[in-house]
Design a binder for this molecule. Structure first.
Ligand code: NAD
Length: 418
């Protein structure tokens, strides 16, 4: 299996696992069973493009462990997607779900493509064929997809429709993050970003930072934009934003509704007239209270970690900080880290609520969703803080140790078949 997963992001997820497993003194037999993904699926997805040509895309789904319930995790559409990247993200989902005490193992899926280059018809054809190829691997009791980088509610609606057509009746619980009128949950769209904002505000209280917090966000998609909007709503000032088109800065604060309109029209933040353009690496190094990487993996390198000037590093993205950067941050205790598996967990926790609502055909108000979400986030933050204090470890290692320990314990209790 190892050679199939040769990828720098998978190597990083393994390095984090090994470090946490060493701290836990996890016995070798249990360690190997807990680490390796259970199932790896690769599919060929032929799509007739608008030009009339047939192009074959590569699609993946990885189910990391099945010991605590069905697997759960997003679907990513991006050129970088390969089996190793998807396996790393599935592994992180396992620790995240266990940390948040959800009855799930981790999964992830994706298609190697550039969604910005697909027409709507091509994207729908790709999504429906990908879902069809996965039909015997996914299910409401076995593996439940959700949106991630490059995918959205519409793509979840097409996945749900394709699966339901195959079943012969509506199966809304097959995916989460779908539109509300077909069984989605109120609050799911904004949940990851609002969860990030809730934890940032809690961290600011812990660090005794004064309002308004000056915030820089990398990535202005689902997670980054909703985190920024919620932070501004709760009294912060967003002074920098970057995305794949470029970066902008304005010390006095950026008008986010004007920026959202600009992004909708122009496809990115570049060229926004009410802020200064800045280099996309330099934006990360500007003085601020809160830095939120909410784009892709491995953006905070060792070199950048030594130069960032924030008090709170809030990981909206999965795996944005390399192990080399973690070593640098260990020497910088003034930077308070909200690790990814805690910081962006609002998404999967609310996906869990959506699944529960679909299974019961009984729907919650937005207030009920957010009350329950914030209670769970608060509890997880406090458990991690206590563990980090007791073990004298980083917030990342404390969060990983709790998640990994729970998965390993489930495996130990269930025993090894046969
Ligand atoms: P998205 O596709 O909605 O937005 C991604 C954003 O990142 C876009 O603004 C894009 O331009 C930007 N970006 C991409 N590459 C970049 C680069 N090299 N430099 C700067 N910006 C770049 O995706 P999303 O759903 O917001 O996901 C972002 C991150 O959050 C991913 O790591 C994803 O795995 C993680 N995440 C998402 C959810 C969710 O509910 N959507 C939940 C948990 C974690």
């Amino acid at each position: 299996m190892r050679f199939l997963l040769d990828n720098p992001t998978f190597a990083m997820a393994c390095q984090q696992f090994d470090q946490a497993a060493d701290l836990l003194e996890l016995p070798q037999n249990l360690r190997e069973r807990t680490k390796w993904p259970k199932r790896l699926v690769t599919v060929a997805i032929p799509v007739r493009m608008d030009s009339g040509e047939v192009y074959v895309f590569s699609g993946y789904r990885v189910q990391h462990h099945l010991s605590l319930g069905p697997t759960k995790g997003g679907i990513r559409y991006a050129p970088s997607v390969d089996l190793g990247e998807v396996a790393a993200l599935a592994m992180w989902m396992s620790w995240k779900c266990a940390l948040m005490q959800l009855p799930y193992g981790g999964a992830k899926g994706g298609v190697a493509c550039d969604p910005a280059m697909l027409s709507r018809r091509e994207c729908e054809a790709l999504t429906r064929r990908y879902t069809q190829e996965l039909i015997s691997f996914i299910g409401a009791r076995s593996d439940i997809p959700a949106p991630d980088l490059g995918t959205d509610e519409q793509i979840m609606a097409w996945m749900m429709d394709t699966y339901s057509t195959h079943a012969g009746f509506a199966v809304p619980e097959i995916v989460t993050g779908k539109p509300v009128p077909i069984g989605g949950s109120l609050g799911r769209r904004e949940a990851t970003g609002r969860g990030v904002a809730f934890l940032v505000n809690r961290a600011a209280e812990i660090c005794k930072l004064c309002s308004p917090l000056r915030v820089i966000v990398q990535g202005f998609g689902n997670v980054g934009s909703h985190a920024a909007l919620e932070l501004v709503r709760t009294g912060s000032r967003v002074i920098g934003v970057s995305d794949r088109t470029g970066a902008i800065h304005r010390a006095g604060g950026i008008d986010l509704s004007a920026l959202r309109q600009h992004v909708a029209r122009r496809g990115g933040v570049q060229g926004f007239p009410e802020a200064e353009p800045i280099d996309d690496r330099e934006i990360l190094l500007q003085p601020c209270d809160v830095l939120i990487p909410a784009a892709v993996e491995r953006m905070i390198t060792g070199e950048i970690a030594g130069k960032i000037q924030c008090r709170i590093l809030a990981e909206g993205a999965n795996g944005p900080t390399t192990p080399e950067a973690d070593k640098v941050l260990a020497e910088r205790p003034e930077v308070f880290l909200l690790p990814d598996i805690l910081c962006n967990s609002g998404g999967v926790v609310t996906s869990y609520f959506e699944w529960v609502q679909d299974l019961q055909s009984f729907f919650w108000s937005e207030r009920e969703v957010y009350d329950a979400l914030y209670r769970i986030l608060e509890q997880a933050l406090s458990t991690i803080l206590k563990r980090a204090g007791r073990e004298k470890s980083s917030m990342r290692m404390a969060a990983l140790m709790i998640g990994i320990e729970r998965v390993a314990e489930a495996k130990r209790l269930r025993g090894l078949f046969p």
